[in-house]
Design a protein around this ligand. Structure first.
Ligand code: GLN
Length: 485
């Protein structure tokens, strides 16, 4: 048996029983990365030395009985999280040499909980994308089919978990970047409520939408990782000071008597036949488990993608102004005057998609257009949030597909940004509403690709969607798999 095939919870049992050491475990994952990641490209940086040092420290803590939630567990984080001493590139050439002077709060919390960070995971540049093809470090391959994308932007996180290169990973989700890759790679991924997890030290894309969350092989591991990073942080003024529940304690509560809503706008024609079949089977499973299924409406769904691409690009154009070769960024055009230096730095440092978004966002914010685009989008955003709050007065949670199709082929959508943007049609509304949602495996397509199910919860009802996900996982065979490589 290969240790790296086990889930975090199984590994933890072995660590606590003294059957394995953290050093041994860390070496096993590092060896699997060496064996396999050439084919997947999930890691941008593997930090072998730092990991082994942390593992030695974790073994000392274990021996002393000083045990926290993740003591000795190897894990990896998306390369968007600032990490002290290990570079943070955010998938961009412009941050190629950037080493942060501090840890992101989420990373600091993982370290406090005893986790061993083994590396930084590949992603779309500045988290802009749905396929992990927009990375200066090269595209990530889907471990279930190396010709296909793993989804994005946290594609490295999802692919690494699916391939057994790490038992769990942190990602970020601005418009679907945890849930859509989780769905395409057959793992569990959760986007918490806006404000649940600190964004301090996470490279900003669209600050009013960005949120940190866990990816793991099963629901239980996801619950543990969420619990480890969630909670108020005075360094992030948008983090919310409300207690973090014990997500494990209520995990097995089941769904008997729960009202689950199906938003009719999410079940229209155009949904891939395999996705439709898998999601319909999931609905039947929930009925069998005693949930009541109700149709609901989210009437402003049609406007979500347009609204998102105004707000997200507007915020991005402002957030990315700091990469000027002075404060941040690999400097180009030295000695040619300030303006030339700015221009050359940004022209050489940013990829095409990032440039496209900066231009779109700058346009939407420019005087004369602001009211027509940005302000209008903000109003639509309020209506979308209201749709969700209205629906949650009738039901406890919502159930939808995660993505309209299983993982697509590498290169298939690169020439057509609009098609790429539409692959997030079911995930984007949740970010606009600021609520929480998770993706869990619910089937396999005829081509052998994983299909995901999305469960959406009320604000701060992460415990409830985790419970519903766990009930499904217990009742079916879809969860917990590693891609056969
Ligand atoms: N695919 C969406 C985008 O490109 C969402 C990305 C994300 O959630 N970071 O903006």
């Amino acid at each position: 048996m290969d240790l790296t095939d086990l889930t975090m919870t199984q590994l933890r049992e072995k660590l606590l029983a003294g059957e394995i050491s953290s050093v041994e475990l860390t070496r096993s994952f590092l060896a699997r990365i060496t064996r396999t990641d050439e084919r997947i490209n999930a890691f941008i940086t593997v930090c072998e030395e730092e990991a082994l040092t942390a593992a030695v420290a974790a073994d000392k803590r274990l021996a002393a009985g000083d045990i926290a939630a993740l003591t000795g567990i190897p894990l990896a984080v998306k390369d968007i999280f600032n990490t002290l001493d290990v570079r943070t590139t955010c998938g961009s050439k412009i941050l190629d040499n950037y080493i942060s002077p501090y840890d992101a709060t989420a990373v600091a919390r993982l370290r406090e909980q005893g986790a061993v960070m083994i590396g930084k995971l590949n992603m779309d540049e500045f988290a802009m994308g749905s396929s992990s093809e927009n990375s200066a470090a090269g595209c990530v391959k889907n471990p279930w089919d190396l010709q296909r994308v793993p989804g994005g932007s946290s594609g490295g996180s999802a692919a690494a978990v699916a391939a057994g290169l790490t038992p769990m990973a942190l990602g970020t989700d601005t418009g679907g970047s945890i849930r859509q890759p989780a769905s395409h790679c057959g793992v569990v991924g959760l986007k918490p409520t806006y404000g649940r997890v600190s964004r301090y030290g996470v490279v900003a894309y669209a600050s009013s939408l960005d949120q940190v969350g866990p990816l793991a092989r099963n629901v239980e591991d996801c619950a543990v990782l969420l619990g480890a990073v969630a909670g108020y942080d005075p360094a992030d003024s948008t983090s919310v000071d409300t207690p973090v529940p014990d997500y494990l304690a209520s995990l097995k509560a089941g769904v008997k008597g729960k009202r689950i809503g199906l938003p009719k706008e999410y079940f229209l024609d155009g949904l891939d036949a395999d996705v439709k079949r898998a999601v319909e089977a999931a609905i039947e499973t929930y009925k069998r488990l005693g949930a009541e299924i109700v149709e609901v409406s989210l009437p402003h769904t049609d406007y979500a993608v347009a609204c998102y691409y105004l707000i997200a690009t507007a915020e991005a154009s402002s957030n990315l102004a700091r990469y000027d070769g002075v404060r941040f960024g690999v400097r180009k055009g030295v000695g040619e005057g300030l303006l030339d230096m700015y221009q050359q730095t940004r022209a050489a440092g940013f990829g095409d998609e990032v440039k496209r978004r900066i231009m779109l966002g700058t346009y939407a914010l420019s005087s004369g257009y602001y009211d027509a685009y940005y302000l209008k989008a903000q109003k639509v955003r309020t209506l979308i949030r209201q749709d969700f709050l209205d629906a949650f007065r009738q039901v406890d949670l919502l159930l939808t597909p995660v993505a309209p199709t299983p993982a697509f082929k590498i290169g298939e959508k690169m020439g057509d940004p609009l098609q790429m943007y539409l692959s997030d049609i079911f995930t984007i509304p949740v970010n606009l509403a600021g609520t929480c949602a998770l993706s869990l495996p619910c089937g396999i397509s005829r081509e052998g690709l994983p299909i995901g199910l999305q469960l959406l919860g009320k604000p701060f009802a992460e415990a409830e969607i985790l419970q519903a996900a766990r009930a499904f996982e217990d009742a079916t065979e879809w969860g917990g798999k590693i891609a056969p490589l």
